[in-house]
Design a protein around this ligand. Structure first.
Ligand code: ADP
Ligand code: MG
Length: 460
C-alpha cells in the first residue's frame, strides 16, 4: 500500500483536501512548514512542524480536519501526531499551486527601497476638524491653528511636545492640511527628523547637497516630527540649524514636535534655546471626558455602533495613549463583523479588550520585540520577515508585524518601513489597512492578532 512507502504523497494529498476546505491567509503559513515524518507502529501519522506555536495551533484547530482528510486518503484510521521538529524541511514543493487565500490585489507588497521622501499627502484623518479638543491639548491645538492661519507670523518656531500617542503628529499634519487648502501657493514640507537625516545623507552620497539645501529652504512651512531623533547626531544638527536659521530669517513657519521639552533634548545649549525661543506647547494625557469624546468620534468614523457603557468602559481602562485606544476600538469592530453583531455590548467588549490591555506593561514595546515574536509565532526567519520575498506565507506575517508595529509603538510610518528592510511608508499603510480588513473578515486572523498581541505584551 502506498502509505507505507510514500508518506510524502499521502501528506500532499491530505494538504490538497485541507486547502480546498480552508480559505484563510494562514493556510500556507501553517501548512507550508509541515513535513510528514513517519508512521509509527501504533498507527500515528507523525507530522513535524517548526515550532511550538504551530504545533498548538494545528492541534487546536485542525487535528480533526487533518484526521478526516488522512482517513479519506489512506482509507485507514491513523492518528495525527504533531511534533516540533526544528529541521522540518519546508514542504513548499508539495504545495505547487499557491493556496487561494486573499484577493491577489490585496497582497501586493511593493517592498520598494526608495530613498527617504517627504509625504506626498497628509493622512486624511489628521485634520483640525477631527482633532478633539480637551483641557489636555487645547493649548497646543490653538497654537497650531494660529500658525496654520498665519504661517510664519506667530510663534516661530512652534514646538509641540508630549508623550506617545497624544496627537503631536496629528497636529503637525493638521497644519499641513490647513495651509495646503487655504494657501495653495505655499509650499509645505512634512518630514520626520529621521527622513530629514536620510535625505541629507543621500544628498551627500549623490554629491547633491545643494539640492537638499534648496529643497528645504524653499519651504514656506516646514514641519519636522520627532525632533528628538536628532540627539547625538552633531553633523545633521548643524545642517538642521542652518536650514532653521535661514527659514526663520525669511519669516517662514517652522513647527517641530518632540517627545520631550526643549531643555530635555540632549543638544548644545545654543540649539536648545533656539527651540524654546518661539512657543513651546505641551500636550498632556487626555482626561476621562476627552478620552470618551475621542472614542465616540473614532467609533463613529469607523461605523462601529456601541452602547454608551461600552465607551465609558473602554475610556476608563484605556491607557492615555490614544493610538492604543483606537487599536482597541478597531478590534471591537473586527469582532462585531466576525460575529455579525450590529451593536457592541459590554460583556462582549470586556472579552475582546481583556487581551489588549493586560497588566500594564511599563516598558515601551519595540519593533524588534514585535518582529521576534511574529517570527516565532509564524515560524519565519528574520531575514524573510524584513526581506523582499513576496510569497503569501511571508507577506502575511510581515503585514501582521507591520500592523502591530503601527498599533503598539509610536513610531512613524517611515520609521516602521525602515525597520522592515527599508520599505516605503505607503507599504506600511497598506499593510495596516489590509490586516484591519482581514481581522473583521476572518476569525482566524483576528485570533492570531489577539494571541500575538498577548505574547508581545508579556515579553515587553
Ligand atoms: P503622537 O504623534 O503624539 O505619538 P499621533 O498624532 O500619532 O500621536 O496620534 C495617535 C492617534 O491618536 C492618531 O490616530 C490620532 O489621530 C489620534 N489622536 C490623538 N489626539 C487626538 C485628538 N485630540 N482627537 C482625535 N484623535 C486624536
Ligand atoms: Mg508622532
Amino acid at each position: 500500500m502506498a502509505i507505507a512507502t510514500d508518506i510524502a504523497t499521502v501528506w500532499s494529498q491530505v494538504l490538497d483536501i485541507v486547502r480546498a476546505e480552508l480559505n484563510t491567509p494562514s493556510f500556507k503559513t501553517w501548512f507550508e512548514h509541515t513535513a510528514p515524518l513517519e508512521i509509527t507502529d501504533d498507527g500515528a501519522f507523525v507530522i513535524g512542524v517548526q515550532n511550538d506555536f504551530a504545533r498548538a495551533w494545528l492541534e487546536d484547530r485542525y487535528s480533526q480536519r487533518l484526521s478526516a482528510a488522512l482517513e479519506q486518503v489512506t482509507g485507514v484510521g491513523l492518528r495525527i501526531q504533531i511534533v516540533v521538529d526544528r529541521d522540518a524541511s519546508s514542504a513548499e514543493d508539495l504545495l505547487l499551486e499557491p493556496a487561494v487565500t486573499v484577493n491577489p490585489s490585496d497582497v501586493t507588497d511593493t517592498g520598494s527601497l526608495k530613498e527617504a521622501a517627504p509625504f506626498k499627502e497628509f493622512d486624511p484623518k489628521y485634520t483640525f476638524d477631527l482633532f478633539v479638543v480637551g483641557e489636555s491639548n487645547s493649548f497646543a491645538r490653538n497654537a497650531a491653528l494660529a500658525v496654520a492661519e498665519q504661517p510664519g507670523m506667530k510663534y516661530n518656531p512652534l514646538f509641540i511636545w508630549g508623550g506617545p500617542g497624544l496627537g503631536k503628529t496629528h497636529l503637525l499634519q493638521a497644519i499641513g492640511h490647513y495651509v495646503t487648502e487655504n494657501f495653495p501657493h505655499k509650499k509645505v514640507i512634512f518630514v520626520t527628523s529621521e527622513q530629514f537625516t536620510d535625505d541629507f545623507v543621500n544628498s551627500l552620497r549623490a554629491k547633491r547637497v545643494d539640492n537638499f539645501k534648496q529643497k528645504y529652504r524653499s519651504a514656506d512651512v516646514l514641519l519636522i516630527d520627532d525632533i528628538q531623533f536628532l540627539e547625538s547626531k552633531e553633523g545633521i544638527q548643524e545642517q538642521f540649524f542652518n536650514t532653521f536659521n535661514e527659514l526663520q530669517r525669511r519669516g517662514k513657519a517652522i513647527v517641530l514636535a518632540s517627545d520631550r521639552p526643549p531643555k530635555d533634548i540632549n543638544m548644545e545649549e545654543r540649539y536648545q534655546s533656539r527651540f524654546a525661543m518661539g512657543l513651546p506647547a505641551d500636550i498632556q494625557p487626555p482626561n476621562f471626558e476627552t478620552r470618551l469624546a475621542i472614542l465616540r468620534q473614532f467609533a463613529e468614523s469607523q461605523g462601529i455602533t456601541v452602547q454608551q457603557d461600552v465607551l465609558t468602559y473602554v475610556a476608563e481602562i484605556a491607557s492615555p495613549n490614544i493610538r492604543e485606544m483606537e487599536g482597541a476600538m478597531i478590534r471591537i469592530g473586527a469582532y462585531m463583523d466576525l460575529s455579525n453583531r450590529p451593536v457592541a455590548d459590554l460583556p462582549m467588549v470586556r472579552d475582546v479588550v481583556k487581551d489588549i490591555f493586560p497588566e500594564r506593561s511599563t516598558r515601551p514595546i519595540s519593533v524588534a520585540t514585535i518582529q521576534r515574536e511574529a517570527e516565532r509565532f509564524f515560524g519565519v526567519t528574520h531575514s524573510d520577515l524584513v526581506g523582499s520575498k513576496r510569497s503569501q506565507s511571508i507577506v502575511y506575517p510581515r503585514q501582521v508585524a507591520m500592523y502591530l508595529s503601527r498599533e503598539l509603538t509610536d513610531l512613524s510610518l517611515p520609521k516602521i518601513g525602515a525597520e522592515f528592510g527599508g520599505r516605503d511608508h505607503t507599504t506600511v499603510m497598506h499593510a495596516q489597512a489590509k490586516i484591519q480588513k482581514l481581522m473583521g473578515a476572518q476569525r482566524e486572523v483576528y485570533n492570531q492578532i489577539q494571541q500575538l498581541t498577548n505574547v508581545i505584551k508579556q515579553k515587553s
